[in-house]
Design a protein around this ligand. Structure first.
Ligand code: GDP
Ligand code: MG
Length: 162
């Protein structure tokens, strides 16, 4: 079976935009409304000659109830079923409580994690992502899922931990 990479993070950080960028088509639904991806959705993808399955997940709001809680549950299921995790945070917002809770859950999962600091749309903003070293997940990879900057380096890092 192909390795499975799950893209996780709280709502609206750009997970689906990143999935579209990597898959190379507009397959994932990008919305300004948080939590639009209601399920795990998997897509075939490849990088540097290696094939893998990419899992887009719904927004992961650990505290909420109802539909969003089930979306959070889907994200947890995705983690159970993956070989590596790309944790996406919004570098323009900073680390939220939800981000910290997600990091704790990810740590418990024991899965290898690559940290993507999204919405770094220009080189000037790159230093803004440095504080994300504080999450204790190693190097934050500044990317712009929207414009494609940094996503190649991110995928290189993912291939290294697979
Ligand atoms: P998801 O909920 O994590 O799947 O987030 P989406 O992919 O649906 O994106 C949420 C919002 O962030 C949308 O309005 C996107 O256009 C925007 N967005 C995603 N990536 C970037 C980026 O790299 N830069 C900027 N400026 N906006 C982004
Ligand atoms: Mg989404």
């Amino acid at each position: 079976a192909l390795p499975v990479i799950a893209v996780v993070g709280r709502p609206n950080v750009g997970k689906s935009t990143l999935v579209n960028r990597i898959v190379g088509e507009r397959v994932a639904v990008v919305q300004d409304t948080p939590g639009v991806t209601r399920d795990r959705v998997s897509y075939p993808a490849s990088w540097a000659g290696r094939d893998f399955t990419l899992l887009d997940t719904g927004g992961w709001d650990v505290d909420v109830k109802g539909i969003d809680a089930s979306v959070a549950r889907q994200a947890e299921v995705a983690i159970d079923h993956c070989d590596a995790v790309v944790l996406v945070v919004d570098a323009t917002v900073g680390v939220t409580n939800t981000d910290e809770q997600i990091v704790r859950l990810l740590r418990r999962s024991g899965k290898p994690i690559v940290l993507a600091a999204n919405k770094v749309d220009s080189a000037m903003q790159e230093s803004d992502a440095a504080y994300l070293w504080g999450l204790g997940l190693g190097e934050p990879h500044p990317i712009s899922a929207m414009h494609g900057r940094g996503t190649g380096d991110l995928l290189d890092a993912v291939m290294e931990i697979l």
